[in-house]
Write a new protein. Structure first.
Length: 340
């Protein structure tokens, strides 16, 4: 059983929480059922009894580690305060990854249903996502409590949450000034990045470090303002993972800060700002050459391209959007991967 690590140390967690405010007594978490039941008891107090140091923060949420004393029973659990915005209630949740490498997708879904249905009376179940790897979400509208379980190849991740009746933190829709700042940042990204692209962004590179594939990633020694985040220059010139049609390149990329809105509202602004800032010599790329980008412009004489993609917002909650903007310098393909 992939949940067996709770058998030995569940009693520690139950005893630690025994003096904490909770609606009802709970069993020791030897199974997913017991684990979720115990965490549902702590959800109404927003996991204040378990909350440790702040781990990370973004414009729409703050993530906390659990206190060290809970590590034996809630290994790598995180607690998240997700803010409110239009159509989205502020909530607190606790989540943890569970591994199930020997279970088929059907077995995982059957296990989740068998474990959680008995303790979620009065909750409404909704499935979303793919048939093999859906997200199962149980919600109790009367209490604001919910359990969402995302399934994936090799396991699942339960998230136990509580919606606040009155939000404390509210993320508002972007103002005219916010949108103007985003437009200016994208234009500045193009203006400062296009020239150095042909020299692999050498003049813009700051400190470098290897990523998980062994390729070098460099911080930028310039800033485009708070509207663009996670900016870096990536050395993609080495075929680290042996791709058969490898295309060596250097890339400078940023992500737009998450904003309340839709793709249709925000992306045209980014598109127009980028298109207006590009110098002469760039043409719109379409068809199969567009690849996975939403938009792309190429200058074939310099082998430099600029692009926009939606992947930065792929994992954002509904109602928020973010985009990736990039400038790419393509290098000559190695002989082994060159087209005949």
């Amino acid at each position: 059983m992939h949940a067996r690590h709770f058998v030995y140390c569940g009693l520690i967690l139950a005893l630690t929480l025994a003096a904490s405010p909770k609606p009802t007594p709970t069993p020791k978490p030897q199974t997913l059922r017991a684990f979720v039941a115990l965490m549902l008891d702590q959800a109404p107090v927003n996991y204040s009894n378990m909350r440790g140091a702040r781990k990370s923060g973004e414009v729409y949420q703050i993530v906390y580690n659990t206190l060290p004393k809970f590590a034996p029973s809630c290994n790598r659990c995180t607690i998240t305060n997700e803010f409110a915005w239009t159509g989205h209630a502020e909530n607190w949740s606790l989540q943890q990854r569970w591994n199930a490498p020997k279970m088929t997708p059907a077995q995982v879904q059957a296990y989740l249903t068998a474990q959680l249905t008995p303790i979620l009376k009065g909750y409404t179940l909704k499935k979303s996502g793919s048939a093999d790897y859906p997200t199962l979400a149980w919600r109790n509208g009367a209490t604001g409590l919910w359990v969402s379980v995302e399934t994936f190849n090799g396991g699942f991740e339960p998230r136990i949450g509580h919606d606040l009746e009155k939000p404390v933190h509210v993320l508002k829709s972007p103002t005219v000034a916010d949108l103007q700042a985003l437009r200016n940042a994208v234009a500045n990204f193009i203006s400062l990045g296009i020239g150095p692209a042909s020299n692999n962004f050498l003049s813009l590179r700051g400190t470098g470090k290897k990523d998980i594939l062994g390729d070098m990633t460099y911080a930028l020694n310039v800033s485009f303002g708070s509207s663009l985040t996670d900016c870096a220059v990536n050395d993609g010139s080495n075929n680290s993972i042996g791709i058969s049609d490898f295309s060596p390149k250097w890339t400078m990329q940023c992500q737009t800060v998450p904003m309340v809105g839709t793709k249709e509202q925000i992306q045209p602004l980014i598109h127009d700002a980028m298109a207006a800032a590009l110098p002469g010599g760039f043409s719109v790329t379409t068809g199969k050459y567009l690849g996975i980008d939403d938009y792309r412009w190429d200058n074939t004489s310099t082998q430099v391209a600029a692009d926009i993609d939606s992947f930065a917002g792929f994992t954002l909650p509904n109602g928020l959007v973010a985009f990736g903007v990039g400038i790419i310098h393509f290098l000559p393909a190695p002989a082994a991967t060159s087209s005949p």
